[in-house]
Write a protein that binds this ligand. Structure first.
Ligand SMILES: *Cc1c(COP(=O)(O)O)cnc(C)c1O
Length: 395
């Protein structure tokens, strides 16, 4: 028997959405080249990838690394962040934004997000700066660049480093310029859910030669670029990406523009239709976001409904209609592991109140993942039909 919707009727949709990843003979050919070269580590495709990736984001330098988490750790350390230093960041993000700091004793300080964009609120950043603050991490959540103009100005005013966690924002642009190197350093992830992926992988971008060399050294067991093999000038990790991953990433990058255009087109349609739908609201998009990477399409349950409409229930009903909406994050300021680890390093139980992030996580925000935005126009109408049916059931 077919699966039924929660109301006992037939679901709006039974057809699957596009699977992820998308690949073809190109990735197969590129990876075979690396296999047959016998150079599975330091293959020339790694520098080709770094150059291409930097160019896409208007950056001068790129350093490839093993994943997006260590990319942030390396960026923080290259930027001079030390154990005990404070790093300002939003709580509405993946745990890696905070754990990358805590893993070497740097302390996350949470500043709430704007309620209508879910990006860090620049107006609240200055109040969180102390004598221990060393850096701000701007997280381009869902692929939407945070306000880099304001954050850059605040960082400059207070002598702080600005790091862009761009894990979800490959190809995104703020005010016409690529993300990643508008801060001192920017980091990316190629983990399998991300818009450009090789199973795992990461990248660091910067316009500063010294920061690039420092990051490279930290990711290459403390070597220096022109040095001897057994010349280690500092203590570093081995965080290198392989040639096999570079091959896949070059293949994936060849589709970036087409996929970004398709997501943008579908997101525009979804936004128009959902703006015209009872019970839900779309997010505000800053006009300076000249290109949104749309790693996630987020929309929210109407705040006027959330005292009687439960987010998990809405998701259960939508999923039963064949609409693969997800729940998303738990606000990081409430994560026990982060609270405990922070206490371990500071001796204090630090409690942050971030009502906008908490409300978004617990009651309001719904996720559609990027691959869904690669479907066709009729599929977007299916999604909205599902949302309208479910939200009408609460009227
Ligand atoms: C995925 C992600 C990371 C971590 O990247 P990994 O490659 O999984 O280590 C960091 N920050 C954000 C916002 C992410 O979405």
């Amino acid at each position: 028997m077919d699966k039924l919707a929660i109301d006992g009727g037939l679901p709006i949709r039974t057809k699957p959405f596009p699977a992820w990843p998308i690949y073809d003979e190109l990735e197969e050919r590129l990876i075979l080249e690396v296999v047959r070269s016998g150079r599975w580590g330091g293959h020339a495709k790694l520098s080709e990838l770094e150059e291409k990736f930097a160019a896409i984001h208007d950056a001068k330098h790129a350093v490839s690394v093993a994943n997006g988490t260590v990319a942030i750790t390396v960026a923080l350390q290259a930027a001079g962040v030390q154990p005990g230093d404070e790093v300002i960041m939003p709580p509405y993000t993946f745990i890696a934004t905070a754990s990358s700091a805590l893993l070497f004793g740097a302390i996350p300080v949470f500043v709430d997000v704007e309620p209508d964009s879910l990006l860090i609120d620049p107006e609240k950043v200055e109040a969180a700066i102390t004598s221990k603050t060393k850096a701000i991490i701007a997280v381009h959540i869902a692929g939407a660049p945070a306000n880099l103009t304001r954050l850059r100005a605040i960082a400059n005013k207070h002598g702080l480093r600005l790091i862009e966690d761009s894990a979800q924002a490959v190809g995104a642009r703020w005010d016409g310029v690529g993300v990643g190197a508008q801060g001192d350093l920017g980091t990316f992830s190629f983990q399998s859910s991300k818009n450009i992926n090789a199973g795992e992988g990461g990248m660091i971008l910067t316009n500063d030669q010294e920061l690039a060399d420092h990051a490279w050294s930290l990711a290459n067991v403390g070597r220096i670029r022109q040095g001897d093999w057994y010349q280690h000038e500092r203590i570093g990790w081995n965080l290198r990406l392989t040639g096999l991953q570079a091959a896949i990433l070059l293949g994936q990058l060849s589709r970036l523009d087409d996929q970004m255009e398709r997501r943008e087109r579908n997101a525009k349609l979804l936004t128009e239709l959902l703006d015209d739908t009872q019970g839900v609201r779309t997010l505000r998009r800053d006009p300076k976001i000249t290109r949104h990477a749309l790693h996630i399409f987020m929309f929210r349950i109407d705040p006027d409904l959330t005292d009687r409409v439960n987010k998990a229930d809405v998701i259960r009903r939508l999923n039963a209609e064949g609409i693969p909406v997800g729940f998303g994050y738990i606000s990081l300021n409430q994560n026990k592991a982060i609270i405990n680890e922070t206490k371990k390093w500071t001796g204090e139980e630090r409690v942050y109140s971030c009502p906008n992030s908490e409300r978004a996580c617990d009651k309001e925000i719904l996720w559609l993942s990027q691959n869904i935005l690669l479907a066709g126009e009729p599929d977007m109408h299916d999604i909205v039909a599902g949302v309208r049916k479910v939200m009408a059931s609460f009227q």
